[in-house]
Design a protein around this ligand. Structure first.
Ligand SMILES: NC(=O)c1ccc[n+]([C@@H]2O[C@H](COP(=O)([O-])OP(=O)(O)OC[C@H]3O[C@@H](n4cnc5c(N)ncnc54)[C@H](OP(=O)(O)O)[C@@H]3O)[C@@H](O)[C@H]2O)c1
Length: 437
């Protein structure tokens, strides 16, 4: 199919960065899948099946509608009569997508040409729907189950959300309890996974020890029990050498979360509280303070005066803050690093995770971390441990799902919904798009 001639230029820009003009030398902001890394070599080919293969059991749908991205700075193109994704191994199942959750990366990747696989590709990382074909292996899932799925494997279009049917590894899916609808669940996945990996692997928080909640996984121990060779090289440092055993975050420690009101930040606040930490949330207190208190934050610090915010954080933690998570960008990560800088010769190092960027310069006594997001789909035990824990958290009402705004139009409505994220006119709720009206 020929690439459409129309070139998409972002419209008004408030909080998000501006789309660089075509041909511009300007460096894009890299915030997915790993901050500050160049796009990796592309090798992906969409392994479409022919329609005749898709006739087993009760599932007999010959083709589907998808959104295809043909190039950077273009809109997603609604395309009919595309084949159904092939299931490539015995742990994969086919899920009918009912609701898509939009993420910032869904517009940033095409606008900045970053984190794009071979084109054309299908995007979309968060989805909820029903299993229409179960895994061939013995599995927790069966046809008809309601699930949410997280597609962190952005190079594999079979798994992406902007299509009617998606291939899902059973260890990357969470069964939805009766108290959670597909619309509520759809926007949670990436935020939960990013927050859990940041806390569980980068700073070594052990979710086995949760105050009152169901036992969660010790992600650092799980990932370190896997052989290095079975994980991609670019996450070795983070998974195997990022933090010493004796420096791991534990109950009673302080953590500061800059951008605590973002979807990822909200998950991080709640998970850190479950693990018994004391949480400072740096946020717009007037806008999000009430929500943060509901999530259990111990201290709210207003983000509008950053210098003052850091001096409050330092004062409260007596200059010994050892754990920080920034969900906003490099400038706020720099601020947070300043707040963690060792002044009194504390023995243990401090650990700062940047979801969207990290300081370029080293900070005395502070180790920088990026989220090893690939561990979720590359290490089945990590993925499954997280998904089973998530099921229990949701069932017991221990993790709140993000506030949502429902956009209409199905697949065809996604471009307009992404424009609202791009131009900053939605700041707070997550946009979800039901595929059937
Ligand atoms: N590396 C990874 O693997 C990974 C994974 C997931 C997400 N990410 C990235 O992480 C970032 C956050 O994602 P998200 O989906 O959680 O975001 P989101 O839900 O869209 O959150 C954005 C929120 O951040 C708050 N905010 C804006 N500017 C701020 C500032 N200067 N200081 C503090 N808070 C500020 C705003 O709330 P208030 O105005 O109410 O403060 C806004 O609602 C995105 O850039 C995303 O691409 C990376």
């Amino acid at each position: 199919m020929a690439a459409p001639a129309q070139v998409y230029i972002a419209q008004s820009v408030l909080t998000p960065p501006e789309t660089p003009p075509i041909g511009s030398e300007r460096k894009p902001i890299h915030n997915w899948p790993e901050p500050e890394t160049e796009p990796e070599e592309v090798y992906f080919e969409i392994p479409w099946t022919s329609s005749s293969q898709e006739t087993d059991g009760n599932f007999n749908v010959p083709h589907q509608d998808v959104l295809l991205l043909h190039g950077p700075k273009q809109k997603y193109e609604h395309t009919k009569k595309q084949p159904i994704p092939v299931l490539e191994n015995e742990r994969e199942m086919l899920v009918e997508v009912e609701v898509v959750g939009l993420n910032p990366i869904d517009w940033k990747a095409p606008d900045f040409g970053f984190g794009l696989p071979d084109l054309p590709c299908i995007s979309g990382r968060d989805l909820a729907g029903k299993v229409v074909r179960s895994p061939r292996a013995k599995s927790r899932f069966d046809v008809g189950d309601s699930v949410m799925a997280i597609s962190t494997d952005y190079r594999d279009s079979r798994k992406s959300a902007y299509q009617q049917f998606a291939a899902v590894s059973d260890f990357n899916a969470c069964r939805l309890p009766h108290n959670i609808s597909a619309q509520e669940a759809a926007p949670l996945g990436v935020a939960f996974v990013a927050a859990a990996l940041a806390l569980g692997i980068c700073i070594g928080m052990d979710f086995l020890v949760t105050s009152g909640g169901p036992r969660g996984p010790d992600l650092l121990r799980i990932v370190q029990s896997i052989s290095r060779d079975s994980l991609p090289k670019d996450i070795h440092q983070e998974c195997f050498d990022g933090i010493n055993k004796n420096e791991r975050a534990k109950a009673g420690d302080w953590i500061a979360i800059w951008g605590g009101s973002s979807a990822t930040g909200c998950c991080a606040v709640q998970l850190a509280k479950l693990a018994g930490l004391k949480v400072v949330a740096v946020i717009d207190v007037a806008r999000s303070g009430e929500r943060m208190l509901r999530h259990g934050a111990d201290l709210l610090v207003d983000r509008l005066d950053e210098e003052r915010a850091i001096s409050i954080v330092k004062g409260i933690t007596k200059g010994k803050l050892r754990f920080g998570l920034d969900t906003i960008g490099k400038p706020t990560a720099i601020r947070l690093a300043q707040g963690m800088q060792s002044e009194s010769g504390v023995d243990s190092k401090a650990h700062l995770v940047g979801l969207t960027g990290l300081p370029k310069e080293p900070t005395n006594g502070v180790v920088y971390h990026s989220v090893p997001i690939k561990a979720f789909h590359e290490a089945p035990d990590v993925g499954e441990g997280l998904m089973i824990w998530l099921e229990k958290l949701l069932e017991n009402g221990l993790l709140a799902t993000p506030d949502i705004e429902v956009a209409d139009g199905g697949l065809e409505g996604i471009n307009a919904a992404l424009d609202r994220l791009r131009n900053g006119s939605v700041n707070g709720p997550r946009i979800v798009v039901p595929l059937r009206s």
